[in-house]
Design a protein around this ligand. Structure first.
Ligand code: SF4
Ligand code: SF4
Length: 458
């Protein structure tokens, strides 16, 4: 386990950065040194084809947006897979997947006193105390989009006829991009993604561990639209992953997707169809399964977060469930399961040791996943005394996109080609110091370390 002081080795980070820039200039010669081109020769198509293929595989899935006709997978080789009784994308279903109670989610467990007493106090104050000047109820945590009559509502009585679901899907994707989504996908809604119950809104009841006023979730709509927003590359490059900006980075994505989702849901209701937005301040469904269903990621080593082929963990999503006639996309397979088996960078770097180093997955609630302990993650994010929350796994994951270059696109393509090539990409990623670097020139936010220790009492 390390703390941030172990990660502030600036001279070494600058050396790596220098090497990478020289490498990118020198190009092929350095690539030969790394064995990369040699590896490419053993693979079915050339590196040039790999780079050229960026996004092309997206053209056969679902409906294409006019504004984003090519899906940007960052160079990954992507194939489309199933959402059925045996599989959700690349996650294998081996039994009955039970719907979960929102009160079992990490931060609610903290509030209910199921983690440490420190975490309970921290969670209680999280929304009210300004850990970072950007945080706090009047800062980036504002949840003005949470009300039930904003996330949902009654559809217009007059229904617009939709003779062509594919064209409607294109329109929905264009609308989401117009509203500034970075990625959008449409999935068949997995029923088990809905929570069984919503937790009580009252913090006081949760602190007493009284969940008797939980609300059963009865909605059952056939489609889910998922909107994704990048958490910002340059900020991530300048951050340790758990300093003063980490919470705000996350909330940036949450807010942006929340606003898109409530507008999109209202637009659909105006067309005469049911639609409910699900976002950070009011979910009735868990986001990882819907993200997979909509073709925007695979389940990762953390056990309950998804990785996108271009953005890695560096994204947030919100969703809209609906009965608007749509043409769903299929889940994607870009080789993450093989990659996670050999990579383990997030496990090596997790400050709370929440992420497992296991080689194999385990059965959990009727499906296979990595045996990571997200309670430890919630505990660390709440009690982090070196910043506000944490996104260290996001920073170090090789799928977290870097500077745009042929080298990076080709590397991502190699990484999506199975276990042997995954090992190679991971070695290249380590060799060039990706994930370890702190690029000072991009740092723009204030640090206020005196605020990082929260009150000791409720
Ligand atoms: S966010 Fe959680 S899982 Fe990821 S590195 Fe931090 S503590 Fe570990
Ligand atoms: S850091 Fe490596 S092991 Fe962890 S999620 Fe990313 S690819 Fe998988």
């Amino acid at each position: 386990m390390f703390r941030s002081s172990d990660r502030q080795n600036k001279p070494q980070e600058q050396k790596f950065q220098m090497n990478r820039r020289k490498f990118l200039k020198a190009g092929v010669a350095s690539a030969l040194t790394a064995g990369m081109v040699g590896a490419m020769r053993t693979l079915p198509v050339s590196a040039a084809e790999a780079v050229a293929s960026t996004g092309s595989s997206g053209s056969v899935n679902g409906a294409r947006s006019k504004l984003h006709p090519k899906v940007d997978y960052g160079g990954a080789s992507v194939r489309f897979v199933e959402n059925n009784d045996q599989w959700l994308g690349t996650s294998q279903i081996v039994g009955t997947v039970n719907r979960t109670h929102e009160a079992e989610q990490g931060f609610n467990l903290a509030l209910r006193g199921k983690l440490s007493s420190e975490a309970q106090v921290a969670m209680y104050h999280y929304n009210f105390v300004m850990k970072h000047p950007f945080d706090g109820a009047l800062g980036i945590f504002s949840n003005y989009v949470s009300a039930e009559n904003i996330v949902g509502g009654t559809p217009n009585q007059e229904k617009l006829p939709i003779p062509d679901p594919e064209q409607m899907s294109q329109n929905i994707k264009d609308t989401a991009y117009f509203l500034r989504a970075d990625e959008v996908g449409i999935g068949k809604m997995p029923e088990y993604a809905y929570y069984s119950h919503k937790a009580p809104f009252s913090h006081e009841e949760l602190i007493r561990d009284d969940i008797s006023h939980s609300t059963p979730v009865t909605e059952k709509l056939p489609y889910v639209i998922v909107v994704m927003v990048d958490q910002h590359l340059e900020t991530m490059l300048a951050s340790t992953g758990y300093d003063g900006i980490s919470s705000a980075q996350s909330m940036r994505g949450y807010h942006a997707t929340a606003v898109i989702s409530v507008i999109l849901a209202q637009y659909i209701r105006n067309l005469g169809y049911n639609a409910r937005a699900h976002h950070f301040a009011n979910y009735a469904a868990a986001m990882p399964p819907v993200t997979i269903a909509a073709g925007l990621g695979e389940l990762s080593r953390t056990g309950d977060c998804t990785v996108h082929p271009r953005l890695g963990y560096r994204h947030k999503v919100a969703a809209v469930t609906t009965d608007l006639p749509l043409l769903p996309d299929k889940p994607i397979d870009f080789g993450l399961q093989d990659f996670c088996r050999v990579c383990k960078k997030c496990a090596d770097n997790c400050p709370s040791e929440a992420i497992t180093h296991d080689t194999d997955m385990v059965e959990y609630n009727g499906y296979l996943r990595w045996n990571s302990d997200m309670k430890k993650c919630a505990e660390f994010r709440l009690t982090n005394s070196e910043g506000s929350s944490c996104g260290r796994c996001m920073k170090v994951c090789p799928w977290n996109s870097k500077e745009e270059s042929w080298f990076h696109s080709a590397g991502i393509w190699i990484g999506s080609k199975g276990e042997t090539s995954s090992r190679l990409l991971k070695q290249i990623d380590d060799m060039f110091g990706y994930g370890d670097e702190i690029i000072e020139k991009y740092k723009w936010w204030l640090e206020w370390p005196e605020r990082y220790t929260l009150p000791k009492h409720l």
